[in-house]
Design a protein around this ligand. Structure first.
Ligand code: C2G
Length: 449
C-alpha cells in the first residue's frame, strides 16, 4: 500500500485545494492530510486565516478524499509524521517547489502544479477590501501602512495630517492626502485615529455620524462621559468603534494575562510596569517630539494595561508624580503613578527623555513574572515560582502587534463582533487617569530643568 501525505491550511476550501487533494490521492492508495493549527499558521505568518481549525478539518473531510486527517502543530513536524506513518510520498503544490527537498531523505517528494487564478487570500480580499484612512502626524502612520499590507481585505487609501511637507514616500500616492478630516472621512470606508487624544472625541463622533467605523489609539478621549457617549452612539448606529493599543493584541502578552488570571503565581500583590523611550533632544527642548501626545498618553496607556487587566479598575487611590520639561507645554519627561488597591499596589513609570529599564514585573504570593524590555512588544516572559523553578515562554511576534490590531478591527467590521482583547472598564479607566493628569488632579509636578 502506497501511503501519501500532504499538508495545508485549506482556508475557505476552493477548487485549487480540491484539485491538489484529488491528484495527491491518485499518487497512492492511502492519503493522509495534515491541516495546520491556528498557532502554527500564525507562527509561519499566515494571520488572515478566516476559518477555525475545526471548520477547515470538516471541509477537508467533506471532500471524501482524505483517508486520515491529522493536525500540523509545529515547524518540522512533517519529518516526524513521515516516519511515524511510514509515508512513501510527500506531495504539495508547486508554489512550494524546492522548499521540501529535504524530505527526500525520508520519502519521495512530488510537487504538483498549483492551480492558477485562485487562492484563499484572493477570496478574502475581493469579498471585502476596506479603504482605510489614517489621521495623525506621528511616525506610527508609516508603520501602520506597512503593517496593514499584511492584512487581507484592507488597504490604506488616505491620510489626514497636519504636516504635508515631509510625508514618507508611502503616503504620497494614496487616493487622498489632505489636512481636512471631513474630506478624508468622505473618501474612505473606515478611519484609524493616531491624532492627539484631545481631538478624538470630535473626530470619532463625526466618523460615527457618517457611518464610518473607527479604530482609535487609546486614550479614547480624556473624559469617561465622552467615552460612554461615543460607545452609545456607535451601538445606536451599528458602527464599530474599536481600540488601538498594540500590546493588547500580541500573543505573548495575552497568554501572560490568561496565565496570571489562572493564578500561576498565586495572588498578585504588586505590579511594576515601566515604559521609557529615546530621549528628547535635550531638556531645554521646548518643543516636545510630538505635541499632540504627552508622555503619559503615549506610553502610560500601555503601562496601565496589565495593571487594570490584572488588578481591576477599582483602585482606592492613585498618586501621580510628574517631571515636566517646562510648565507651559505641560509636557512630562517622566511620570510615575502609584495605584493603591485593597490588597495590592501597582506602579507605572513612563519616560520620554528619562531612561529606565523598560520591564514588567508582577509579584504574586507563589512567585513572580519577569518580562524584559520592551515588554510592551514582548515575545518572551519568565515565570519564577516560589520553589525556585523557572518556566520560560516564547511566542513569536511580527510587527509589534499592529497587524493583529488591524486584523481584529477588519474582522469586527465584517462580523459585527465586539472587541475581545479589551474590556470597556479598562478603556474607561485609562481615560480617567489621562484626563485627571491633564487636569492636574492627584498630581505633584516637578521639573527636570
Ligand atoms: N494549492 C494549489 N492551488 C491553489 C492553492 C493552493 O494547488 N490555487 C495547494 C497548495 O500548493 C498546497 C495546498 O493546496 O499544497 C494547500 O494550500 P494552502 O491551504 O494555501 O496551504 P499552504 O500554506 O500552501 O500549505 O507546509 C506546507 C504547507 O502546509 C502547505
Amino acid at each position: 500500500m502506497t501511503k501519501v501525505i500532504t499538508y495545508g491550511t485549506f482556508d475557505l476550501l476552493h477548487n485549487g485545494h480540491l484539485r491538489l487533494l484529488e491528484r495527491a490521492k491518485k499518487l497512492g492508495d492511502y492519503l493522509i492530510v495534515g491541516v495546520t493549527s491556528e498557532e502554527y499558521d500564525k507562527f509561519r505568518g499566515k494571520i488572515n486565516v478566516n476559518q477555525s481549525l475545526i471548520e477547515r478539518i470538516e471541509a477537508v473531510k467533506a471532500t471524501g478524499l482524505a483517508d486520515e486527517i491529522i493536525i500540523e502543530w509545529y515547524e518540522g513536524q512533517k519529518i516526524d509524521d513521515i516516519k511515524r506513518f511510514g509515508i512513501d510520498i510527500f506531495t504539495v503544490g508547486s508554489d512550494w517547489q524546492g522548499k521540501f527537498d529535504y524530505l527526500q531523505e525520508f520519502c519521495q517528494v512530488v510537487y504538483l502544479p498549483r492551480t492558477k487564478g485562485i487562492s484563499s487570500s484572493q477570496i478574502r480580499t475581493t469579498s471585502n477590501s476596506l479603504k482605510l484612512g489614517i489621521v495623525g502626524s506621528s511616525t506610527t502612520i508609516a508603520k501602520f501602512i506597512t503593517e496593514s499590507s499584511y492584512v487581507n481585505g484592507v488597504r490604506v487609501a488616505g491620510v489626514c495630517t497636519t504636516n504635508l511637507m515631509n510625508l514618507p514616500d508611502q503616503l504620497k500616492n494614496l487616493d487622498c492626502v489632505t489636512t481636512d478630516y471631513a474630506t478624508l472621512v468622505r473618501k474612505v470606508d473606515a478611519v484609524y485615529l493616531a491624532s492627539g487624544p484631545a481631538d478624538h472625541y470630535q473626530q470619532i463622533k463625526y466618523a460615527l455620524n457618517h457611518q464610518k467605523p473607527v479604530l482609535c489609539e487609546l486614550p479614547l478621549t480624556l473624559d469617561v462621559k465622552q467615552n460612554q457617549e461615543l460607545l452609545a452612539l456607535a451601538s445606536a448606529k451599528g458602527v464599530v468603534l474599536d481600540f488601538a493599543i498594540k500590546t493588547a493584541y500580541t500573543t505573548a502578552y495575552n497568554r501572560l494575562i490568561f496565565m496570571l488570571k489562572s493564578g500561576i503565581i498565586g495572588k498578585i500583590v504588586h505590579i511594576d510596569a515601566t515604559c521609557t523611550t529615546a530621549a528628547l533632544t535635550d531638556f531645554g527642548a521646548t518643543q516636545p517630539v510630538n505635541q499632540d501626545w504627552n508622555n503619559l498618553c503615549a506610553w502610560g496607556t500601555k503601562a496601565m494595561l496589565p495593571i487594570f487587566q490584572l488588578l481591576g479598575t477599582n483602585y482606592r487611590e492613585k498618586k501621580i508624580i510628574t517631571w515636566l520639561t517646562d510648565r507651559q507645554q505641560h509636557y512630562d519627561a517622566y511620570t510615575k503613578i502609584n495605584f493603591l488597591y485593597r490588597n495590592a499596589e501597582a506602579t507605572l513609570k513612563v519616560g520620554h527623555g528619562v531612561k529606565a529599564a523598560g520591564q514588567l514585573m508582577i509579584v504574586g504570593t507563589e512567585g513572580y513574572v519577569y518580562v524584559p524590555e520592551p515588554w510592551w512588544e514582548t515575545e518572551y516572559f519568565e515565570v519564577h515560582y516560589a520553589n525556585a523553578n523557572t518556566k520560560k515562554f516564547f511566542y513569536g511576534l511580527d510587527g509589534e502587534g499592529i497587524r493583529y490590531e488591524i486584523l481584529s478591527f477588519v474582522k469586527a467590521i465584517k462580523n459585527k463582533t465586539a472587541n475581545t482583547y479589551l474590556d470597556l472598564g479598562t478603556v474607561n479607566a485609562i481615560t480617567k487617569v489621562c484626563g485627571d493628569f491633564d487636569a492636574g488632579l492627584d498630581t505633584v509636578e516637578l521639573t527636570v530643568k
